[in-house]
Design a protein around this ligand. Sequence first.
Ligand code: UDP
Ligand code: MG
Length: 326
Amino acid sequence: MSATSTRPKTPALSVVSPCYNEEAVLPELYRRVTSVCRETVGEDYEIVLVDDGSSDRTRAMMEELSAADPHVVAVILSRNHGHQLALTAGLQIARGDRILILDADLQDPPELLPKMMARMDDGVDVVYGKRTERRGETAFKVHSARLFYRVLNKLVEIDIPTDTGDFRLMSRRTLDTLNQMPEHHRFIRGMVSWIGFRQEPLEYIRSERLAGETKYPFRKMVHFAVDAIAGFSVLPLKISLWLGIICAVIGVMFMGYTVWGYLSGNVVQGWTTTMTAVLILGSGQLMMLGVIGGYLGRLYMQSKNRPLYIIDQIICQPKGNAARED
Ligand code: UDP
Ligand code: MG
């Protein structure tokens, strides 16, 4: 199913939350989001919850929520597709004029919504949350994230705001543009920056997870970082050229050195230096082959043109369903 913005009767606001094993936080998420939505837009909102292949009661809880409340749309994915793709699924289903992206674990306060809406009333297209402080996260996570955003900005051509997550309110035209971007390896906060229009930060303090554990272990963080860099920069490919030039210069100097050794009758010497040169060159070449392979792999995956995610089921009340039929 694909989403379009042209359906009749679109809600003023959609809140989209990807959820992966979030049974511990779902009831509180629902309560706080509902209360802030009511306060801001009355009844004119929807909450799109995406179940990213959870193995706990997340799906069952979503079914209960949508059975009890017509505002809730539960999107059940066929398996775990990962945070960015789960979010993509939710964003393509969302029909609101404005769309709030919110992590399920309530690390980002939904209560900032009225302030974000007010900024949008002034003509801003994207109001993104900027963390001034991060609570309850390991020193490693905080520092690696800080370093990551600074390195990323050196590498890529566009300006990706530092210390932001996906927590943001977007206008419909921004989301429509985002939904048209077909890339498989998605780094959504960067893609939104790339779109442009008027984007402004709103500072806030990121609190700790309400319950449960982070769903971003080290392995996923590395994948995420690689997607961000490779998705927005070909600099790693250019590095191989520079490395090649540096090696060539060193090689010429080294050649001069060996010729000089030959002329002075010193020919047996140099096994160590030869080995060193071979090893350095060999490892450099392998490394760069890896970089090229990484980009080639992306190209290959993209060229297969598979769907980004598979939806098992969309659960919502008939009222919501009728509006969803194309
Ligand atoms: N998430 C997801 N699929 C995954 C991993 C995470 O949908 O494979 C969701 C998760 O439920 C949460 C959000 O993505 O709503 C961010 O994850 P988390 O809070 O664990 O990341 P952290 O805040 O620790 O970086
Ligand atoms: Mg979190």
